[in-house]
Design a protein around this ligand. Structure first.
Ligand code: NAD
Length: 259
């Protein structure tokens, strides 16, 4: 590790899991680049981090766009002198619809944010991690890894499965650079992501399964909290996880095992 405070980039840091992760890493003394599309939200997160005595840099960029991502990563490295930890978290549910109804531009949007966005996040940051080693966590999902019953979520599920494939491929490619690459796969977490979901013709795609006591066994059906995921990410990027790479960790209260 470098002889300076560690530096992290968290994408989608303006809300939910990204916000909780950025705050938690900052509370541990890590300097954090908080990246997202909505400046106002990011400024709130940066203010919260400063109020806790931490340091954050607001980076407004769309993860699916190459030039803004390059500029954001350059700005972070210039401000804090390097980069050690990457949390590729930004993502959308997108449109959930029957495959013959899902429009090609809707498919492209989900792939652009979730998959191209993950690629660009790693593509632009890995050269910096190669300097001193580091840790990457990609926020995948139970969808595409354990769960295939979410109505119409084919595009989303495809991106989340692909993220875990990337993690495993890159764990081997980057081990020689002392870079660990892992995934967290959350179940239902109480964030604003469902507000940004468009679900069409659910009656054609729903799988008729109902769990009378709810679908998150460990909480009696209640969704998890962003902090439940952030704490696992904090562990995965810490030295305590030094022998873990290429591993998906499900943070779902057992939800993904119901089938
Ligand atoms: P959220 O909507 O609160 O957070 C997502 C963040 O990503 C938002 O701040 C949003 O502005 C940002 N974002 C979206 N598109 C972006 C883009 N193109 N460029 C930059 N930033 C962008 O939702 P969340 O639940 O915290 O989601 C975080 C991650 O967790 C996602 O990858 C999601 O797929 C995954 N996840 C969430 C759940 C859940 O139940 N909430 C379950 C499994 C996986």
């Amino acid at each position: 590790m470098a002889g300076r405070s560690s530096v992290a980039l968290v994408t989608g840091a303006g809300s939910g899991i990204g916000r909780a992760t950025a705050c938690m890493l900052a509370a541990n003394g890590t300097k954090v680049g908080v990246l997202g599309r909505t400046r106002l939200e990011l400024e709130e997160v940066a203010a919260e981090i400063s109020a806790q005595g931490g340091e954050a840099l607001v980076l407004e960029a769309d993860v699916s766009e190459e030039i803004p991502m390059r500029k954001a990563v350059d700005a972070l490295v210039s401000a804090f002198g390097g980069l050690d930890i990457i949390v590729a978290n930004a993502g959308i549910n997108g449109v959930w619809a029957p495959i013959d109804d899902l429009q090609p531009f809707e498919w492209d949007e989900t792939i652009a944010v979730n998959l191209r966005g993950t690629f660009l996040t790693l593509h632009t940051t890995v050269p910096h991690l190669k300097q001193n080693g580091g840790a990457i966590v990609v926020v995948s999902s139970i969808n595409g890894t354990r769960t295939f019953t979410t109505p119409g979520a084919t595009a989303y599920t495809a991106t989340k499965a692909a993220q875990v494939a990337m993690v495993q491929q890159l764990a081997l490619e980057l081990a020689r650079h002392q870079i660990r690459v892992n995934a967290v796969c959350p179940g239902e977490i109480d964030t604003s992501i469902s507000e940004n979901t468009s679900l069409r013709r659910e009656e054609e795609t729903a799988i008729p399964v109902e769990w009378p006591v709810g679908q998150v066994p460990i909480t009696g059906g209640e969704p998890g909290r962003s902090e439940d995921v952030a704490e696992v990410i904090r562990f995965l990027v810490s030295d305590e996880a030094r022998h873990i790479t290429g591993s998906p960790i499900w943070v779902d209260g057992g939800q993904g095992l119901l089938r």
